[in-house]
Design a protein around this ligand. Structure first.
Ligand code: KG4
Ligand code: ZN
Length: 341
């Protein structure tokens, strides 16, 4: 089954062709980062308009790259939520219009299920059951995964998502959007141990997170540096490292706790923050100590992309699921509401 995947939930237009027999045939992405950078974050209206412009050229591009024609496509998968409603509607209407014109089925995919299954596109994919840490710009969740659509929420952020904490902290320190990669870049040159920030909510039981206090702690530290006349690049790197280490260690402590609690030793990390090298290394060490393993996607498939939507949609289509012609998207959509395969 050849599936065209469309992702438009936020500021990336992603398109891919996934074949159930041959695997991923092509994927293409247009990132709107430069468009939103001047505003320090995503402007929803600009995002929607740009998706309209990029969608059809990207579809033509993946067809060319894969050496396919439109009539080869068996079904279309599109992101139906959660995300920015206007942006989601672009992908959903495009998918439904093409599905109607080509007389093929369409399926709305949950964006976080897409992220969660992205490591399945790599060699040596994880086997069910496993614990998943979903860390993106909008979500921080620990989930027990027993199969596709069999999700049990173990814990989540009570305030900012991990990616959001990176982005907001970076903005407070005068760094560019998106903040995650910027902080990670500075942290590489940071002095270990110069600053040590708290590991929020690790001193009490449970698997929930809270990152908003860390953001304020970071701002205060950076302002103290500046007020004492030290706004050097080195100090910025030192603060960035302390922040990143606090997030990474907090996530690691909670992942370890989730593995212990469930008795599992496979951990999947997915979403934009799973591209963070320090996080990957820390979780690799932690799971190795438990004689387990951590799985993640290549960096380009950690952040938003069409391949994960094509893959997730394909699994559900193969199980006989699809949508009627109505164009329905959801800004909020708990993943536990998805039907099991
Ligand atoms: O999954 P994603 O592309 O979009 C959402 O679904 O939200 O995640 C984007 C988030 C942003 O907050 C970005 O700053 C963060 O992922 N991010 C990173 C890194 N690369 C992207 N955070 C930390 N380190 C990175 N290397
Ligand atoms: Zn995402």
């Amino acid at each position: 089954m050849l599936v065209l995947g469309l992702e438009t939930s936020c500021d990336e237009t992603g398109v891919a062709l996934y074949d159930s027999e041959r695997g991923l045939l092509a994927d293409a992405l247009f990132s709107q980062i430069d468009l939103h950078r001047a505003y320090g974050g995503v402007v929803p209206e600009l995002a929607s308009r740009d998706h309209v412009k990029r969608m059809l050229p990207l579809i033509r591009q993946v067809l060319d790259d894969a050496g396919c024609v439109a009539t080869d496509i068996d079904a279309i998968a599109y992101t139906a939520g959660p995300g920015l409603v206007g942006a989601l509607l672009v992908g959903a209407s495009c998918a439904q219009a093409l599905a109607f014109a080509w007389d093929i089925p369409a399926i709305g995919v949950h964006h976080m299920e897409g992220h969660l299954l992205a490591p399945m596109l790599e060699d040596a994919p994880p086997a069910f059951p496993f614990v998943a840490l979903l860390v993106s710009g909008g979500h921080t969740q620990l989930v027990r995964v027993d199969g596709i659509g069999q999700y049990q929420l173990l814990g989540e952020s009570l305030d900012d998502a991990a990616g959001e904490a990176f982005d907001k902290t970076a903005k407070l320190m005068g760094l560019r959007y998106p903040g995650g990669p910027e902080i990670a870049r500075l942290a590489e040159r940071g002095t270990p141990g110069r600053f040590v920030f708290p590991r929020p909510m690790t001193d009490r039981p449970g698997l929930d997170f809270s990152f908003s206090g860390l953001k304020t702690f970071t701002l205060n530290t950076w302002q103290q540096c500046q007020n004492s006349g030290d706004d050097s690049e080195q100090s910025r790197c030192d603060v960035a490292l302390a922040f990143q280490q606090a997030v990474v260690e907090t996530l690691t402590i909670k992942c370890r706790r989730a593995l212990k609690q469930t008795g599992l030793n496979s951990l999947v990390i997915a979403g934009g923050v799973s591209a963070n090298r320090a996080l990957r290394t820390s979780l690799e060490d932690m799971t190795a100590a438990l004689k387990g393993k951590v799985f993640y996607a290549r960096p380009a498939f950690c952040t938003d992309n069409g391949a994960m939507i094509a893959y997730a949609g394909c699994q559900r289509l193969l199980a006989g699921q699809h949508e009627d012609l109505a164009i329905t998207v959801q800004a909020r959509w708990p993943m536990e509401q998805l039907p099991a395969l």
